[in-house]
Design a protein around this ligand. Structure first.
Ligand code: OOG
Ligand code: NI
Length: 420
């Protein structure tokens, strides 16, 4: 970075911005369609800003253009605790709990999102990583014998170099590090999420694929990897059209709220399948075979105002209608003034011109994004019932030894502050 001297002290947001940029550069070399997506997204944002006076109401154009979220998947709570330690060095805390086993099309994971929580930190760089953990204790997916072998496999692998984690803990404790040390730290952190070139044990991978593609992606290989990196756009319908025109076939719809006349709410997302990437497989006779896997994809998103619990209940009602777009007006007013007056959405100091942007995820969309990129549905013995098999937010917080922030409490606190 220009103007940064070796002895300069870099704080969490500066490290986070470099981490996000480093992952983005790596992902662009790994998944070329990502570069197309980023270029089209930047053009959409520029055009939107030129045509709309209040284009920056959900964040500055600089923030939105640099904004990304990533996603990773890990196998168990010990791995998730290491991820939490690593991301803490970048000022990213666990926020929210998502149980994707409860989705309409269940996925055998529970998830949280690591992100900054302070409004100033978010404004500087809001990088977030949706992090999923395999629900290996859930008997609907894993019978005892397979579970034991998955746990043994996970217990043997090491996702992160202990020296990297030690450095992360030190940086988190000290609130930053010298520029001199930052380069190596960030390069090592980025490299930890590269797609591994190590041969994949084919019979083990295939056995897990019979449970679910996600189980194989998580526990069938010896490392984790960034599986998508999502830019943010100001007009996702426009983005969808432009990508389709370029011959990139997107999933058949935009997930989340329909396009509406009133204020944008929550999060709208869409994705496309990445091309198959070459991978090497180790066969039963110890021979190596070349093959391909399609485990990664492209995604893009648009963000709107954060909804209160009351607003979220309205959202769920609107989305359960046969045609959410038609039903939208019955559940939501058309102006920020009415949204604020009805306490449906969060505004700084209650000022309707100061919407608070939604910084989190939507479980139905997340499951939809997972699903749209899988070849087949996971096989679960019996999906019916609401049994969580011991997974809930308190369990997860205890298992990683960290408070998992409640998104509503964070938005509520920001809404008490005076408009910026
Ligand atoms: C995560 C999918 C969820 C989103 O934007 O909702 C997600 C994954 O595929 O690991 O990233
Ligand atoms: Ni995503």
């Amino acid at each position: 970075m220009s103007g940064v001297k070796r002895q300069d002290w870099l704080v969490a947001w500066q490290l986070r911005a470099r981490f996000a940029a480093g992952l983005s550069a790596m992902y662009a070399t790994e998944v070329p369609a990502y570069s197309t997506l980023v270029a089209v997204a930047a053009q959409v944002n520029k055009d939107f800003a030129a045509q709309h006076r209040n284009a920056e109401r959900f964040g500055s154009l600089a923030r939105v253009t640099a904004e990304r979220h990533g996603a990773i998947r890990v196998g168990n709570a010990a791995e998730l605790a290491d991820v939490a330690d690593l991301f803490a060095a970048f000022g990213m805390r666990p926020v929210g709990y998502y149980d994707l086993r409860c989705a309409e099309s269940p996925i055998p994971v529970v998830s949280t999102a690591f992100r900054p929580i302070d409004p100033n930190e978010l404004a500087r760089n809001p990088f977030r990583i949706f992090t999923s953990m395999l629900a290996v204790e859930d008997p609907r997916y894993f019978e005892p014998e397979l579970r034991a072998r998955v746990q043994a496999f996970l217990g043997r692998r090491q996702l992160f170099d202990p020296a990297l984690l030690a450095q992360a803990r030190k940086i988190a404790a000290e609130g930053g590090c010298y520029a001199d040390d930052a380069n190596g730290f960030i390069a090592a952190a980025v490299a930890a999420f590269a797609l591994s070139a190590e041969p994949i044990d084919k019979s083990w991978y295939d056995e897990l694929r019979r449970v679910s593609d996600v189980a194989a992606d998580i526990a069938g290989v010896s490392s984790t990897h960034i599986n998508h990196l999502t830019p943010r756009v100001l007009d996702i319908d426009d983005l969808y059209r432009r990508m389709t025109e370029r011959g990139i076939s997107m999933i058949d719809k935009i997930q989340g709220p329909p396009r509406a006349d009133g204020p944008d709410v929550l999060l709208r997302q869409t994705s496309f399948r990445a091309l198959a990437e070459p991978r090497r497989f180790r066969l039963a006779d110890d021979g190596i075979a070349e093959g391909t896997l399609r485990v990664r994809f492209g995604e893009v998103e648009a963000r709107g105002v954060a909804l209160t619990r009351k607003g979220r209940a309205r959202y769920d009602a609107a989305m359960s209608a046969a045609n959410p777009a038609d039903a939208w007006g019955e559940h939501f007013p058309a102006t920020d003034e009415e949204m604020a007056a009805d306490q449906l959405a969060y505004y700084r100091g209650g000022d309707p011109s100061a919407p608070i942007v939604y910084e989190d995820f939507l479980p139905a969309s997340a499951a939809g994004i997972f699903r749209s990129n899988l070849d087949r549905d996971p096989v679960a013995a019996d999906m019916a019932g609401s049994e969580d098999y011991g997974y809930d937010v308190e369990w997860l917080a205890g298992a990683i030894g960290r408070h998992i922030h409640d998104p509503y409490e964070l938005y509520e606190a920001i809404s008490q502050e005076a408009p910026a």
